[in-house]
Design a protein around this ligand. Structure first.
Ligand code: ADP
Length: 187
């Protein structure tokens, strides 16, 4: 199973990943987590990424791409059950790069889950979460970046016939059941 989780910051993708991993045995690739690990370790990559993350902007393409490309190639060899991407791709250039990488290793995506949640709910959730980049100004900017750069991917994946909508409101269990109903079809 090779899937992408798509949705605004705070739409609940990350919350569902543990259940998806447990049920389907996929490995997750979460660019936000990878980047935060680089920042925490004080690597050069982390130092370059941090100001962008603090401002709620996308980290430059070359940084993220190197990280992803290496991870995916290793993964494709090590976990036959597949992978789930969370936080990547985040714009059209990243989506095209991902297609190219996956083409090269003959492992195309099966589907893209789009978590639909309205913005008021999202701001409420993120303010409650309290991560370093969860202050109101940064949240507002991340939502703007989502709207501008990431939302066009909904259309991109719809055109490829890969997009599946998940209503992202309700309890974590309810949302998990919706996710499972879709993923069981391809498992
Ligand atoms: P969120 O919960 O807001 O979706 P993430 O953990 O996915 O947060 O990402 C946090 C930050 O990391 C983003 O605001 C961005 O600065 C950076 N980031 C994560 N993924 C990417 C990516 N694919 N491309 C560029 N920047 C990214």
């Amino acid at each position: 199973m090779r899937i992408v989780l798509l949705g605004a910051p705070g739409s609940g993708k990350g919350t569902q990943t543990d259940a998806i991993i447990a049920r389907y045995g996929v490995t997750t690739v979460a660019t936000g987590d990878l980047l935060r690990a680089e920042v925490a370790a004080g690597t050069e990559l982390g130092l370059r990424a941090k100001p962008h993350m603090d401002a709620g902007n996308l980290v430059p393409f070359d940084i993220v791409l190197g990280m992803i490309e290496h991870g995916l190639q290793t993964l494709a060899k090590t976990n036959p059950k597949g992978f789930m991407m969370d936080g990547f791709p985040r714009d059209l250039a990243q989506a095209e790069a991902l297609d190219e990488i996956l083409d090269r290793i003959s492992q195309p995506l099966d589907l893209v889950l789009f978590f639909e949640v309205d913005y008021e709910e999202i701001v409420k959730r993120l303010l409650g979460r309290g991560r370093a980049d969860d202050n109101e100004a940064t949240i507002r900017n991340r939502l703007r970046v989502f709207e501008e750069k990431t939302a066009p991917l909904i259309e991109y994946y719809t055109r490829k016939g890969l997009l599946r909508n998940i209503k992202g409101t309700g309890t974590v269990e309810e949302i998990g059941q919706r996710v499972q109903a879709v993923l069981d079809e391809i498992a």
